[in-house]
Ligand binder design. Structure first.
Ligand code: IMP
Ligand code: MG
Length: 188
């Protein structure tokens, strides 16, 4: 059994109202920027993107298709990535000539996205941009250009609203900070 939310949660960092308000703004900004697109595709990086992606797309007023990609990064632990990325589930939609927007939960070292951008650019989209809900900029090891950012956050481990703690609690409606010293699982 996983630890309870009460055991894991230090404090709520971003509550549901702030998430909602910011996603409405992002939706407007993205809709404006892509007003004249002739083929926007949102690419969600599973699994962390799911809540953000489904909320964000409800606030887009431009026609778009969606697709998902699952990748695994060989990490040094369950909470860090090394940047070596393997595709577990690939896209079904061709990206050639399309305007592509990657939707990601959080950017930490930047290694995962750096690799995903390289993989997707090889498919020759018309444009490729990134929308990340959370940016832990001070953890960056590889530079990544983020076009849309929901929130800048400090160097803390967060969970909820799509982000997992050892695969649990993606369903929480807020972003919470993990209590220091709480359980850390090994990479599975
Ligand atoms: P990066 O390659 O170091 O930028 O790692 C990005 C990935 O690590 C994200 O897509 C998340 O899956 C995971 N990650 C990084 N920080 C956190 C966190 O605070 N909570 C949950 N997952 C995280
Ligand atoms: Mg994760």
């Amino acid at each position: 059994m996983p630890q309870t939310v009460e055991e894991l949660l230090d404090h709520v960092l971003i509550d549901p109202d702030r998430l909602k308000a910011r996603i409405v703004e992002l939706g407007k900004e993205i809709s404006n920027d892509y007003a004249s697109t002739d083929g926007l595709v949102l690419i969600g990086i599973l699994k962390g993107c799911v809540l953000f992606m489904t909320d964000l797309m409800r606030h887009l007023t431009v026609p778009h298709s969606v697709d998902f990609m699952a990748i695994s990064s060989y990490g040094v632990g369950a909470r860090e990535s090394s940047g070596a990325v393997r595709i577990l589930m690939d896209l079904k939609i061709p990206l050639y000539g399309r305007d592509v927007l990657i939707v990601e939960d959080i950017v930490d070292s930047g290694r995962t996205l750096d690799e995903v951008v390289r993989l997707l650019n090889a498919r020759q989209p018309k444009s490729l941009r990134i929308c990340a809900l959370l940016d832990k900029a001070e953890r960056r090891e590889v530079p990544v250009e983020l076009d849309y950012i929901g929130f800048q956050i400090p160097d803390v481990f967060v969970f909820g609203y799509g982000l997992d703690i050892d695969e649990y609690y993606r369903n929480l409606p807020f972003i919470g900070v993990v209590k220091p010293g709480s359980y850390i699982a090994e990479e599975t």
